[in-house]
Design a binder for this molecule. Structure first.
Ligand code: ZN
Ligand code: ZN
Ligand code: FE
Length: 756
């Protein structure tokens, strides 16, 4: 006879863990009890030695799919002589660290219920169970119990209650449990706000979509705007009404087979598409794709996701084709998630709106990922992943808040060895996003019981996140340079915070320690120390931020750097396409250093070359010039341009002037843009790896990490990884957070380890 107390932590609440324990105990004849406490799940178990061992083993091996066990702590105790095994009521305690689960895609059992004519949930859009359904998006407080969610206002009917109270039922303590009798309901409105009376809102919505109209749909973490992705008129109308010119739309199809009509899909990509997180996966477009041209203009890729709620399943199954499912917002605003606000803000975009009365507590955008170098690679980590903790392999001495950067902001709260990174907040440029940021921080502090003793922020004085951090009272302020934060993020992501590495940060722009703008940086990173050891040569950024929206300005700046004033005589499209006066003004400003900060950014260099090659002069979404330049590339070319690499005062400088000259010569000689792009990628890849290898030789370090927004370019990433590995270096890339600024908060939180 053995008797144990067992403490299990991790994501073990709201994922069917107690019924699993209950049923396992019953089947083995174990006596005792299980309960949810605020730290996880607590068990007392007694039985014969062999049986208890079996019980302990299977607690881990047979755990529900959605559960993520972090730790199992067992302690032997005096036998109590229990007569049965029961589920005890939750205890409310002061400490509330039971991990909150991300939202989980509808499970096969629930899908079967929804598809079964005889089931009371036939075609019910809010079907869920302990293995699936909304979590983060509906949770208001911990512990995760129905009264602490947006489901509180729905009273369960006797049938639902029976399921909820039966430990043998899949819906035992499924907090969002509901059915057509007692749960949330759909409603369809036209753009004038008139309710569309109908028996089956989904069937009606499908007719609307089939007729080429635009439908706003309330989903899990916010509204989508949907239309028939094979209908060019509808798709183009959605673009113009949304003021979204070129940024690709994501699409939803019913299943893997349908996805294969539109994209070439690898084994890894299939796995990610079908995962319970159900992100948008960026895939290579199939050669003859029937998707309308406006879905992803000038792009070889297409973002596809599979349905992840019963509502989406019903909609796309009835529709049968492929739907644009883009975030419900106007241009760069945050995605709509509240009913009143959606109706006012999106009113000019949609023809009809399909909504429902289950509240969304936390706005959560779709996650966007791709497969790169054999694994998952994030563009945006949000729905399905947030707020899952990232374990950093070291214990933080204090509670920390990391406020992130400005664009693609995420924040993080952290304690012990865990960093809880927020959902995608967005670009912290307007009052609404800032309000979401502030509210989100409050919510996360409460959910994870973190009382920050320190706050880590960017060096940029104008970021709203920096201003927020500096205004906090009674909290230690820890500043951290942007690109150093990228490298710390990579190290935390890879679990190598203790190892010295060569850190490479190829990025957009960030505030540098010398007051200049950084973004093409090499570091020697050892513990809390990070020494800048090299960078791209500085180029003037004419007009500062204006140049980010208008890459052609950066092109002019680079031309002037490379050719002096004689650049004006070059027979280039970029110079013909823009007014002479404007070009002269930029040339003057650059020459005299007026409103032209110096910048070492790899992103801006991409802009310059993309513009000089005539690919993109003006950008209407972040990184467009670089994205389109990559998309235009032919990567089978072996040729390359050459950076001039030199060393000044112990710092490697990678000068792009010879590259600019090479691009110009090719343009004048009529070389195809695809080859120019290919050669540029080769040039940057070899300059970066050469520099990293030189640093390796100097320092003796054999490990290198790649971070920064430019590494969203997986072509460049792949080339650099290959070159470095061939030379014998071990290379780390991001796997758990994005290489872009969405990963900054993780790096900031990790850095607090060294700021006693
Ligand atoms: Zn389910
Ligand atoms: Zn019910
Ligand atoms: Fe960055």
């Amino acid at each position: 006879m053995k008797s144990f107390t067992i403490k299990i932590t991790g994501i073990v609440q709201g994922v069917g863990f107690r019924p699993f324990v209950f049923n396992l105990a019953k089947s083995l004849g174990i006596k005792g009890w299980v309960l949810n406490d605020s730290r996880g799940v607590l068990i007392e178990a007694e039985g014969d030695d062999a049986v208890v061992d079996e019980f302990l083993r299977r607690l881990r091996s047979d755990a529900p799919k959605a559960a993520e066990i972090e730790n199992v702590e067992t302690a032997e105790m005096e036998p109590r002589g229990y007569a049965d095994f029961i589920i005890k009521k939750s205890e409310r305690e002061i400490e509330k660290t039971a991990a909150i689960s991300p939202d989980i895609a509808t499970c096969p059992d629930c899908l079967a219920d929804v598809a079964d004519k005889g089931n009371r949930r036939f075609r019910y859009a809010f079907t869920n169970c302990t293995n699936c359904g909304p979590r983060l998006t509906i949770i208001k407080d911990v512990p995760y119990d129905r009264p602490n969610t947006t489901m509180a206002e729905f009273r369960m009917c006797p049938d639902c209650l029976r399921e909820y109270e039966d430990p043998r039922d899949r819906r035992f303590h499924a907090q969002p449990n509901a059915c057509p009798v007692c749960g949330p309901a759909l409603a369809l409105f036209d753009r004038d706000g008139k309710k569309h009376e109908c028996r089956d809102a989904i069937a009606e919505a499908v007719q609307i979509l089939k007729s080429g109209k635009i439908l706003a749909v309330k989903g899990l973490g916010g509204y989508h705007l949907a239309c028939d992705a094979e209908n060019e008129t509808a798709t183009a109308a959605l673009r113009s009404r949304k003021y979204r010119e070129d940024k690709p739309f994501a699409v939803m199809v019913q299943d893997l087979a349908a996805a294969q009509r539109f994209a070439v899909i690898s084994k890894k990509e299939k796995e990610i598409l079908l995962s319970k997180e159900r992100p948008i996966v960026i895939l290579k477009k199939a050669t003859h794709t029937p998707v309308a041209p406006s879905v992803a203009p000038r792009n070889r890729n297409i973002g596809i996701m599979l349905p992840y709620t019963p509502l989406h399943h019903l909609l796309i199954n009835d529709f049968g084709g492929v739907l644009v499912m883009t975030s419900g917002n106007l241009s760069d605003e945050p995605i709509s998630f509240q009913d009143g606000e959606a109706k006012t803000r999106l009113n000019k975009i949609y023809d009809f709106i399909l909504t429902h009365d289950r509240g969304i507590e936390t706005r959560c955008d779709d996650s966007v990922v791709r497969a790169a170098e054999g694994g998952i690679y994030f563009v945006r980590r949000s729905r399905g992943y947030a707020p899952r903790a990232v374990k950093i392999g070291r214990k933080l001495p204090k509670h920390v808040l990391a406020v992130g950067a400005m664009l693609k902001n995420t924040f993080a709260v952290a304690k012990n060895d865990r960093v809880y990174i927020s959902h995608h907040i967005g670009d912290l440029e307007n009052a609404e996003t800032f309000a979401a940021f502030e509210k989100g921080i409050g919510h996360f502090k409460k959910m994870f019981d973190v009382s920050p003793e320190a706050v880590v922020h960017d060096l940029h004085p104008d970021y709203l996140s920096t201003k927020y951090a500096l205004a906090l009272e009674g909290v230690r302020k820890i500043p951290l340079q942007h690109h150093k934060a990228h490298v710390f993020s990579l190290k935390a992501d890879a679990g190598i915070l203790d190892r010295p590495i060569i850190g490479v940060s190829m990025d957009g722009t960030g505030y540098g320690e010398d007051g200049k703008i950084w973004g093409g940086e090499f570091f020697i990173s050892d513990g809390g120390e990070m020494k800048r050891a090299g960078h791209l040569a500085y180029l003037p950024l004419p007009g500062g931020d204006a140049a980010v929206k208008e890459p052609w300005r950066m092109g002019v700046s680079a031309l002037r750097e490379a050719f002096g004033d004689s650049f004006l005589d070059l027979e280039l499209e970029i110079l013909k396409k823009h007014p002479k006066e404007k070009i002269m003004i930029i040339a003057e400003a650059v020459k005299k250093g007026i409103n032209s900060p110096l910048c070492s950014s790899a992103g801006r260099l991409f802009d310059a070359v993309s513009a000089i090659a005539g690919v993109c002069y003006a950008s209407n979404y972040e990184g467009q010039a670089a994205v389109e330049f990559e998309q235009a590339g032919d990567f089978s070319v072996p040729d390359s341009y050459e950076f001039e690499i030199s060393k000044h005062d112990g710092m490697f400088i990678l000068d792009p002037k010879p590259v600019i000259k090479g691009v110009v010569a090719d343009m004048l000689g009529g070389t195809l843009v695809s080859l120019i792009s290919g050669k540029f990628h080769n040039a940057l890849a070899s300059a970066v790896s050469e520099t990293a290898l030189a640093l390796s030789k100097e320092s003796g370090l054999k490990e290198c990490g790649l971070s920064g927004g430019v590494f969203q370019n997986v072509t460049l990433l792949g080339k650099i990884v290959k070159l470095l590995e061939k030379a014998g270096l071990r290379v780390y890339i991001h796997r758990r957070v994005p290489p872009n600024d969405g990963g900054i908060s993780l790096g900031q939180a990790a850095y607090s380890l060294w700021s006693e």
